[in-house]
Ligand binder design. Structure first.
Ligand code: ACO
Length: 285
């Protein structure tokens, strides 16, 4: 896929394995048009199994992260076009939830400026959200006379306290990054000038960890929420076995050898020493 041909999304993959994916409609505060949805489906499918990518950061060009759905292009202009509306809705759901929440690598929402309405879906689909203190969040649907639909209502009751979900969706009151961090709408907020550096540091930390372990942790935590205790216990055991089968680094055995036999590290402080093979491969090639 040639990322340079995209009109509504900007993709840059850095040498340290971070895919910086920015919504790219700055003049419209990155409101989401049907074309943006179609492009994001292609981008996420392309990046998911790209071996160069270890972490994905979702950001926004210009002064806003995402001002929600494009009221003109996604709503009004599709009102009388059922086929186009159907296809746009499918793509809208596919990238913001199906592909992003199950993305096989860690995902970080890096939020500055505005985050409104429909943007809450991709906010919650990401594993982490780092916001600028000055960012502004709002469930403005109530001000448009519409529901926080398209999965927004579901992600907020699942991700926030019920009281906060009801309060912010019925009042439409805005909250800044600090308040968003306080109610755990985001993981953390930092002064705007530190946003990129903090996000990059987190991404780099994640990029150093065993990718199969990270993948299994995120898949497991998302799914056990809807399970009974017995189902969760059985599922987690099965996932553990799956992970050991799929982990090409043999992380569990390596960690035990380094801790018990070689006494070269303490797992409480960091990770087992990875990459000896990778280094060898690099040197050989
Ligand atoms: N849909 C369509 N166009 C939008 C949207 C949107 N959601 N948000 C901003 N724009 C457009 C504006 O119409 C304007 O276009 P124009 O230059 O052609 O007139 C341009 O982006 C810049 O917007 P301004 O309002 O001029 O910028 P400002 O910085 O003053 O305000 C703000 C930004 C607060 C985001 C404001 O545009 C706004 O309130 N937008 C609506 C946000 C919203 O409620 N989103 C949720 C929609 S509902 C849903 O997602 C389900």
């Amino acid at each position: 896929m040639n990322f340079n041909e995209l009109k509504n999304v900007k993709v840059t993959i850095s040498d340290d394995g971070i895919a910086w994916v920015n919504l790219n409609r700055p003049d419209k505060r990155n409101a989401m048009s049907p074309d943006l949805h179609f492009e994001m489906v292609d981008v996420l499918k392309e990046l998911a199994e790209d071996p160069k990518v270890r972490v994905l950061v979702l950001g926004g060009e210009g002064e806003s992260w995402c001002a929600g759905q494009d009221i003109k292009l996604f709503f009004r202009e599709l009102d009388d076009k059922p086929r186009e509306r159907h296809l746009a809705r499918l793509a809208n759901h596919e990238w913001r939830w199906t592909l992003l929440s199950s993305f096989p690598k860690p995902t970080i929402a890096m939020v500055h400026g505005y985050c409104f309405g429909g943007a809450f879906v991709q906010l919650f689909a990401c594993d982490f959200a780092i916001a600028a203190d000055e960012a502004l969040f709002g469930l403005s649907e109530v001000n448009w006379g519409i529901l926080p639909g398209g999965l927004v209502g579901k992600v907020i009751v699942d991700g926030l306290s019920y009281r906060d979900a009801v309060y912010y969706s019925m009042t439409g009151e805005q909250l800044d990054g600090k308040k968003a961090a306080e109610i755990k709408l985001v993981t953390q907020s930092v002064p705007g000038e530190q946003l990129r550096a903090r996000t990059e540091a987190l991404a780099q930390e994640l990029a150093k960890k065993n990718p199969q372990t990270l993948r299994t942790i995120k898949e497991s935590l998302r799914l056990v929420r809807g399970m009974s205790v017995d189902q969760a216990a059985d599922y987690l055991l099965a996932k553990e076995r799956e992970m050991r089968f799929l982990d090409r680094e043999g992380g569990r055995e390596k960690a035990m050898t380094q801790f018990l036999d070689e006494k070269t590290y303490r797992p409480g402080y960091g990770e087992y020493q990875r990459g000896a093979e990778e280094q060898g491969e690099k040197e050989a090639s």
